[in-house]
Design a protein around this ligand. Structure first.
Ligand SMILES: Cc1ncc(COP(=O)(O)O)c(C=O)c1O
Length: 403
């Protein structure tokens, strides 16, 4: 058995909050695991017959917490898990998850590939170099090593060039200690509207198909075939093949507005923080670093205990809104490392200890990661992954209790 890695596991309660500290003392991320299971079920109903769902839980489950998300997704019908790094795969195993895990990053060191073998994680390979390393490691251990071959069909990132795909497949099948469990590619532009259907996604699919056809003609087994991310999955069933690798949609977010109606998704993340101080100030007072906001009237300013070191982009200074009792309150002045200010002049009931919602629902109003992404020129993926571990992750029930 491999030696346990000296680190805190994802399940370690110490990671949720310092000992003795109330996890809802300052600011926190609430994770609705039932929403994750619901999304997995809803995606499962949409999949082409014969296709199955891989839950992509890399980057700590897109900031939601990898192990709880993985469990929820598996309970909703996902059959495998996708991560980016070896460490992420090991953390899932340490948390007791036994489902097949694909490591989608490129592992290049013999030690990394040896760990894959020991922890039963499937590496992705993009060429013969890593395939031979796997062969040597596996044949030395008396075991066979399952892996997935990645083709580059138009992303120009990981994967062997699709034109060399059949040749590499042939070479792989000559390695007796390596088992080709799957073949895949990644779509670069599946969230772009493509009414004519002749865009990059169609080209990538054509290239993918050409490798599959070439393999078929030579009688080469490819294992599980997969191409679609969330956008590809929601876009059309012809992209589903044997498996889809879904991240963003699993967390309840559509990758683009035009893909938001295909499957009913429930957002799984809320971010909330407490007010720690209220100050009454006259008109004309400069607020926060650089005085990028000046009060225009006598104002009631609330100091909210979350900042850019928690993952609230400083770029959103003076643009953010928070929800309180179903109302939107403007954030004012520069967002600082640990706090920001909100104009609570119109919300006299907001007091020290009140909780405001940065992302999520509050009395029928909702702010989503798309809103932040649009305002700060990024994408919802980056917003979700941006919340730091300084924020405890609480499952929805815990988050609601004693608020
Ligand atoms: C190879 C691969 N497959 C699938 C995904 C999941 O993508 P999405 O979150 O858009 O579903 C990712 C994420 O970036 C990825 O890198």
């Amino acid at each position: 058995m491999p030696q346990p890695i000296p680190q805190r596991s994802v399940e370690d309660p110490q990671r949720l909050a310092a000992p003795g500290l109330h996890p809802r003392q300052r600011a926190w991320v609430e994770v609705d695991e039932a929403a994750i299971a619901h999304n997995a079920r809803a995606l499962g109903r949409w999949l082409a017959p014969g296709s199955s769902l891989m839950a992509v839980v890399k980057a700590d489950g897109y900031g939601h917490g990898a192990a709880p998300v993985a469990r929820a997704a598996l309970s909703g019908g996902a059959t495998s898990l996708g991560v980016a790094t070896l460490q992420e795969g090991i953390e899932l195993r340490q948390a007791g998850l036994v489902a097949p895990v694909l490591v989608m990053g490129n592992l290049i060191q013999p030690d990394e590939l040896r760990s894959c073998l020991e922890w039963e994680l499937m590496p992705t390979i993009s060429g013969m170099r890593e395939a031979l390393l796997c062969q040597n490691l596996a044949s030395g251990s008396g075991r066979s090593m399952a892996l997935h071959l990645k083709l580059d069909t138009g992303m120009a990132r990981l994967g062997v060039d699709w034109g060399d795909g059949v040749r590499l497949l042939q070479a792989l099948l000559g390695l007796d200690a390596v088992r080709l469990a799957g073949i895949y590619s990644h779509l670069a532009d599946a969230d772009a509207p493509d009414p004519g259907g002749g865009g990059l996604t169609a080209l990538q699919q054509k290239r993918f198909e050409s490798v599959l056809r070439g393999a078929g003609e030579l009688g080469l087994a490819t294992g599980v075939r997969h191409l679609a991310n969330s956008a590809g999955t929601l876009r059309c069933r012809q992209l589903h093949y044997d498996l889809v690798r879904v991240g963003l949609a699993l967390y309840g977010q559509a990758p683009a507005e035009h893909l938001s109606q295909t499957v009913p998704l429930r957002p799984a993340m809320s971010v909330r923080a407490r007010v720690c101080l209220i100050r009454e100030v006259p008109a004309g007072v400069g607020v926060s670093y650089g005085h990028r906001y000046t009060t225009r009237r006598p104002s009631r300013l609330a100091v909210v205990t979350i900042g850019y070191a928690d993952g609230v982009p400083r770029l959103l200074s003076n643009q953010l809104e928070v929800l309180f009792a179903g109302r939107r309150l403007a954030q004012v002045g520069a967002i600082t490392m640990d706090q920001f200010l909100v104009d609570a002049t119109e919300a006299p009931e907001l007091e020290v200890g009140s909780v405001v919602t940065l992302l999520g629902d509050d009395d029928g109003e909702r702010i989503g990661p798309q809103d932040w992404a649009q305002a700060s020129g990024t994408i919802p993926w980056e917003i979700l992954c941006g919340f730091k571990h300084r924020l405890p992750r609480l499952s929805l029930g815990e988050g609601e209790r004693d608020r």
